[in-house]
Each structure stands twice: as C-alpha cells, then as structure tokens.
Write a protein of this length. Structure first.
Length: 374
C-alpha cells in the first residue's frame, strides 16, 4: 500500500526536512504541500535543495486542502496546529511537529505557551523509557502523534535511563545545551541574524523560562513511572478527551531541572550537557548498566564507549542521537553529553520513525544513522 501524504508548513525548516526524508520513503506518496504567507509560490523557491519535489506548488494551509490524505504532517508555529485537529478528524494519521499536542498539563501549557489547550497525543520519541518499557509500544497503531521538541528530546533521552533505573537524583538536574538557529525556525528575528550570532554564543530563555522544560519533566516523570502506571496511562496515548492521567510532569513531582539553552553559530545541531547527582548507593557499574540496558539494542540512540563523547557535527543529517556518559565522583554527579540534529532526530526523523511504527512499517524506513561530514 502507498500512503498519500500532505505536509503543512512546507516552506519552513521542519516541513522541509519532513519532505526531504519522505521523498526517499518507498511507502508514501507526497501529494500536497501547503504554506501560509508563501502559499501560491513554487516549493522549490523556498526549498531549493529538494530537487525531486520541484514540480510542487505551495497551496494554502486550509482544512479543505489538507483533507483526503492518509497522513497529514503539521509543521506550523505552536498554537496553529491545534485549530486543524477537529477539521482533520477523518484523516487516519496526523503527526504534529509543533507543541500543541505535547503537554499533558493544562497548567504547564498556560504557563509556558498560553492560548487554547489541546489534548495530548502519543509522544513521538520511540526510544524513550516509559514505566520500564519503550514509548514505541504506545506508537504502534497510533493515529495522532506529537513529535518532540528538539531540545526536549536531547535532554529526555540523555537522562531517562538514569531516572528510570533510580541511579540519579532527578531533583537536581542541570542541563546546558548548545543549539543552532534553525531550531528557532525560518522567520526573520533580530536575535537570529548572522551578525548577532557569528563569532558568539548567546544564552536565551535563561532562568527556567524555556518552553521545553515542562516537556522534559513530563518525559522524565514517565520514565520514572512504575510499570503498572505505564500500563494504565502510557505517555500521551491516543485518547479523545483530556483524560484523568495528567498528573505527571508537575512542579511538585520531585523532578527539578535547571535548563539553559545557548545559541551557537552552527546552522543545525544540538549538543546537550546534562548532569544530576548520583543516587545514594549507585555504583559505577549500576550507572553505566542503566544506559546500556536502555539503548544497547537501539539503532537511532547510541551510547558511546566509556570515555567517548559526541560532537554535534557527527549527527548532521542523521536520525541518530549519540550519547556519552561520564561519572564524576568528586562532584558526585553523572554527566551525559548528547548530540542530535534538531531537524532530524529532533523533529522530522522522529516524526517519520514514529509514522513507520504507527503504520507497522520497518521502523528505520527512509531514515539513516549516518551523518554528513565534514
Ligand atoms: N526547527 C526545529 O528545529 C524544530 C524542532 C522541533 C520542532 N519544531 C516545531 O516545528 C514547527 C515548525 O517549526 P519551523 O522551525 O519549521 O518553523 P518555520 O521555519 O518558521 O516554518 C513555519 C511554517 O509554518 C507556516 N506558518 C506560519 N504561520 C502560520 C499560520 N498562522 N498558519 C499556518 N501556517 C503558518 C509557514 O508558512 P509561510 O512560510 O508560508 O509563512 C512555514 O511553512 C514549530 O511548531 C516548531 O516548534 C521545529
């Protein structure tokens, strides 16, 4: 079977990357691409690297244009995709790259985003530990998927194994993350101008204000959940209304994270350094075993050998998250360094990997572990 696909937000960075990966997917046919202010223009004018899609024109992002496809990807600014969800009720599979369907907590949505709250959808990070299992179990057969925030996936994947195994103390997490400006999208902003970024490293959203903080807390709370709890609630399982399992990821759940992103002059990529205290009694072997058990069998999340740490450049264009683990006994902290491409494993790759799982296709279809270099 070939699935017909529409990509909304096709003139943007995330939409463009979704299209790049889908163009090589044997089981889908890209049928429609849509945009907002650039509707009516040729796709190739905005995505000149997508040569095989040169024949497409950007249509307006309306429910009528998006209806009638097997799969719709929404890659819109947060707050926009929620308005499409009712209109796409008949679409078998909808995958949102935005934040509208990621959070389970209305209070967190109000505090970090604001505007209308929309129901959480199945979270699109297959390798994430959820109550001793993997999120991919919840993605199988899913019909509504929320792809992750790019920074959030880097930090959640870094720390979930330690939280799940109880070898780190999640009440004192510190994470500092270098990210390229493509993470903020393509629209013009003064702080993203080359003259502001080149030759500099610029912190932003300092002091607990970054929007991915509740998403990370929510993921780590799910990682820590007991197996029974995961059976009952899962993590963002498909459900028609905002159900009664939404008490994870709140400020009083014992998960505290100080998160500081730093904008750096690489067009794409994330390097996240996350640390947390070693839990009482945890041995070095216990700690390393937690990450080995979580990712030893994974293709797209790879734990590097002891003493090795990833570089952001190693994962560019790849659907891979590389993780290096150190145990700093004098500081009594575990240090996790993670690299991923914000537009691949942080968005489009995660979305398409989740799509493959939802449809029962081989999980790695159209995705690669290999980056580009230099
Ligand atoms: N960039 C990343 O690394 C990344 C990572 C994870 C998640 N995401 C998420 O993916 C989504 C898209 O991000 P992006 O980086 O691709 O942003 P972007 O480059 O700014 O692209 C935004 C897209 O949405 C369209 N759009 C703008 N305003 C709209 C409106 N009011 N209604 C409908 N469409 C509208 C734009 O169309 P026009 O160009 O025609 O105006 C464009 O196609 C965001 O929710 C973001 O949080 C992005």
């Amino acid at each position: 079977m070939t699935y017909s696909v529409a990509v909304s937000g096709a003139s943007g960075y995330a939409g463009g990357e979704i299209l790049r990966i889908l163009a090589a997917h044997p089981d889908v046919q890209i049928r429609t691409v849509t945009a907002h202010s650039n509707a009516g223009q040729p796709l190739i004018q905005h995505q000149p690297h997508l040569r095989s899609l040169a024949h497409f024109s950007l249509q307006p992002s309306t429910p009528e244009v998006l209806a009638g496809h097997d799969i719709v990807f929404l890659a819109l600014p947060h707050g926009q995709s929620g308005s499409f969800t009712d209109a796409l009720a008949d679409t078998p599979l909808v995958i949102d790259a935005g934040a509208d369907h990621r959070l389970e907590s209305v209070a967190d949505w109000d505090r970090f985003y604001g505007g209308d709250f929309h129901d959480p959808w199945t979270y699109g990070v297959p390798e994430l530990l959820v109550g001793g299992r993997k999120q991919r179990e919840h993605l199988a057969g899913a019909t509504r998927i929320a792809a992750p925030g790019c920074n959030a996936s880097a930090v959640s994947l870094s720390l979930a194994p330690g939280v799940a195994a109880g070898v780190i103390d999640p009440s004192d997490i510190v994470s500092v993350l270098a990210v390229g400006p493509s993470g903020a999208g393509r629209s013009l902003k003064t702080n993203l101008l080359a003259s502001e970024i080149l030759g500099s490293a610029n912190p932003y959203a300092v002091g607990g204000t970054h929007r991915h903080i509740p998403e990370i807390r929510q993921a780590l709370a799910a990682a820590r959940a007991s197996e029974d709890r995961a059976d009952v609630g899962g993590f963002g399982d498909d459900h028609p209304t905002h159900g009664g399992f939404s008490d994870r990821g709140h400020a009083d759940d014992g998960i505290r994270i100080s998160f500081t992103p730093v904008l750096v002059p690489m067009s794409r990529g994330i390097l996240a350094t996350s640390t947390a205290p070693i839990a009482k009694g945890a041995t070095d072997a216990d700690i390393r075993a937690a990450w080995e058990a979580a990712y030893g069998d994974e293709t797209f999340v790879q734990l590097l050998p002891a003493g090795q740490f990833p570089r952001a450049a190693d994962v560019l264009g790849a659907n891979t998250a590389l993780i290096g683990l150190a145990i700093d006994r004098p500081a009594n902290r575990v240090v996790v360094v993670a690299a991923l491409d914000n537009l691949v494993k942080g968005t489009a790759g995660a979305a398409i990997q989740s799509m493959n799982i939802a449809l029962g296709l081989p999980e790695a279809t159209a995705l690669t572990v290999n980056g580009t270099a230099p």
